[in-house]
Ligand binder design. Structure first.
Ligand code: 5GP
Ligand code: ZN
Length: 147
């Protein structure tokens, strides 16, 4: 059966990169994903792992696609350790505008990190009340999380 994607009516910049209509610095591609360097990187080597089909967020991705992206992110992070002497990396995904997603086409950022590189991805930690934590966990646990 044909996979249902959420192709937008307006031209999607990452779909255009996938089609080769917009140039990008490609690191790797296969039938499922394309990986290219971010045009406005947090650090040199900041890469984007992008699905070839148009999906918007992580919750839209078929499991096998997400697995493929995640395994590739691991390989890329290892490659960054050797090729770019990265001392660490951030692997992250913004989902929906409210979470900082600027391009509504599912993608994972892999950012090589170095001591004192000055990149700030931090949020301000809040105090957590035990009762609130329990209530929150209970709410989430009502949904099926396995299988
Ligand atoms: P988001 O905020 O959606 O998680 O991240 C989108 C990323 O895509 C940003 O880091 C931005 O710099 C990058 N980006 C946006 N347009 C282009 C483009 O045309 N080419 C490349 N290589 N990266 C892009
Ligand atoms: Zn797209």
């Amino acid at each position: 059966m044909e996979e249902k994607t959420t192709a937008p009516h307006t031209p999607c910049i990452f779909c255009r990169i996938v089609k080769g209509e917009i140039p990008s610095t490609i690191i790797y591609e296969d039938n499922t994903l394309i990986c290219f360097l971010d045009i406005a990187p947090a650090n040199t080597g900041h890469s984007l792992i992008v699905t070839k089909k148009h999906f918007e967020t992580v919750t839209d991705l078929p499991d096998d696609t997400l697995q493929h992206l995640a395994v590739f992110a691991k390989k890329l992070a290892k490659a960054m350790s050797f090729a770019l002497a990265a001392e660490g990396f951030n692997v992250l995904m913004n989902n929906r505008k409210v979470a900082g997603q600027l391009v509504p086409h599912a993608h994972i950022h892999v950012i090589p990190r170095y001591a004192r590189d000055g990149i700030d991805l931090n949020w301000r930690p809040r105090k957590a009340l035990p009762a609130l934590l329990r209530d929150c966990a209970d709410k989430i646990k009502r949904f099926k999380l396995t299988g």
